[in-house]
Write a protein that binds this ligand. Structure first.
Ligand code: NDP
Length: 294
């Protein structure tokens, strides 16, 4: 069997088109244009690439994009002052502080300073707590995208055996909560898990977010499973050039799985599309208009 490829690029493009249509409707019916502020500290080239694509896709969706660049040497209090200004700005409905931040800055302090109503990354402890207790919340974008991709394979995840590899605050933990909310039976594995292969073999739905290139082997995967690969790992190719691979050994896994996301072109494009979804939802909640179902 060869797995169906879950085309994250195409699915994300469709989602962005639905967001853009809703942005037009909000402008027409409520005179509301959602605005997203992205704060980039320093010159990290990967972060600069992400921030550029976020700004481009925000504008393509008809939203306002506010770009803030601060030098690597910025102090924590200067960054907190910028966050305060954005919290108070009525044109800004979403605030994203691009991680990682330089060592003189306490990232948790900065993430906790963002107004929870504008926390489109879903990293504020209040939103994490709301998600964990089943209250409406702004939800981290990558896990949100993962669940949307899984639901293109199975319309309902209820009762399915889901295995999440990784328990980070930005991917694994919120993903567990989202899957529970979909009534999946969830197992989480991490670096201290004994016999990872045996845990993976239970999964009807496998989510790999460990940051270990091609760690999950094809032989671990249950035949027919849906595999969502979150990993983005840069490795040296045989030709000396670097290439990006996921956490799953794709060539092996696609022989066994029922459906699988490629890397790149799977979860990555969904992350930015979900950021636009969150910005739209935040703008609606702040203005007090019903959020569209997307
Ligand atoms: P973290 O490093 O924060 O977390 C990795 C998790 O994997 C930890 O829970 C760790 O366990 C677990 N882990 C590490 N090694 C093993 C192992 N050998 N066996 C089992 N579990 C292991 O990573 P992130 O969650 O931030 O990111 C994970 C991956 O997803 C990365 O490749 C990252 O680049 C990618 N990513 C992709 C995004 C996208 O848009 N597509 C967005 C965000 C991340 P423990 O807790 O015990 O240390």
């Amino acid at each position: 069997m060869t797995a169906r490829i879950i085309d994250g690029k195409a699915i994300a493009a469709q989602l962005r088109a639905r967001v853009a249509a809703e942005v037009q409707r909000l402008a027409r019916e409520h005179n509301l244009t959602p605005g997203l502020a992205v704060v980039l500290v320093g010159e990290n080239p990967a972060s600069a690439v992400y921030v550029r694509s976020k700004a481009k896709q925000t504008e393509e969706a008809g939203m306002r994009s506010f770009d803030h660049r601060l030098p690597e040497s910025v102090s924590e209090s200067e960054l907190l002052a910028l966050v305060d200004t954005l919290n108070a700005d009525p044109a800004v409905h979403g605030i994203l502080v691009q991680l990682p931040l330089p060592p003189q800055i306490d990232s948790q302090k900065v993430l906790s300073a963002v107004d929870p109503a504008k926390d489109v990354d879903g990293f504020h402890p209040l939103n994490a707590g709301r998600l964990a207790t089943g209250l409406p919340a702004l939800t981290p974008c990558t896990p949100l995208g993962c669940v949307m991709l899984a639901k293109t394979v199975h319309a309902s995840l209820a009762g399915m055996e889901a295995v999440v590899l990784g328990r980070s605050n930005i991917v694994g933990k919120p993903l567990i909560q989202l899957l529970l909310a979909e009534n999946a039976t969830v197992t989480v594995a991490h670096s201290k898990t004994r016999d990872l292969a045996e845990v993976v073999r239970r999964a009807d739905l496998l989510f790999a977010a460990v940051g270990r290139p091609e760690m999950v082997r094809g032989a671990w995967i249950k035949p027919g499973a849906a595999v969502i690969d979150v990993g983005i790992n840069r490795v040296a190719g045989a030709d000396g050039k670097s290439r990006i691979v996921g956490d799953v050994a794709f060539a092996e896994a696609e022989q066994v799985a029922g459906a699988i996301t490629p890397v790149p072109g799977g979860v990555g494009p969904m992350t930015i599309a979900c950021l636009l979804v969150n910005t739209l939802r935040a703008a609606c909640a702040i203005r007090g208009v019903p959020a569209p179902a997307l």
